[in-house]
Design a protein around this ligand. Sequence first.
Ligand code: AMP
Length: 115
Amino acid sequence: MTGDEDCVFCKIVSGEIPGDVVLSTDEVVAFRDLQPVAPTHVLVVPRAHAPDAAATAADDPALLGALVSAGAEVARQEGVSDYRLVLNTGAEAGQSVFHTHLHVLGGRAFSWPPG
Ligand code: AMP
């Protein structure tokens, strides 16, 4: 899948709605979360629409590697050496936008287990 006309992250990828973009490659776009929960809170999304990380892995396993590499590059740009990467998968796990996205969280300490 390459796009979904009703998907907010597809609209940010295409430029139809604005995003605070911090990194853009042929495969992924990274932009700041509208409601940050940490000093660094960036979402890395594949340009190709898929509903969640498992679907992206099924469509194109290498794209998940590109997401993580981009997350590491975002953390480097932000100057955070320690960071958390999150892939909420399914509503009960906290997923609210059904376009694969990797949360890159940093700039504060995190506890475990998550809430
Ligand atoms: P999740 O709950 O894992 O699906 O994460 C979705 C994230 O997308 C949330 O943290 C929202 O704050 C964020 N979000 C939703 N709409 C936008 C938007 N237009 N621009 C940036 N972040 C958004």
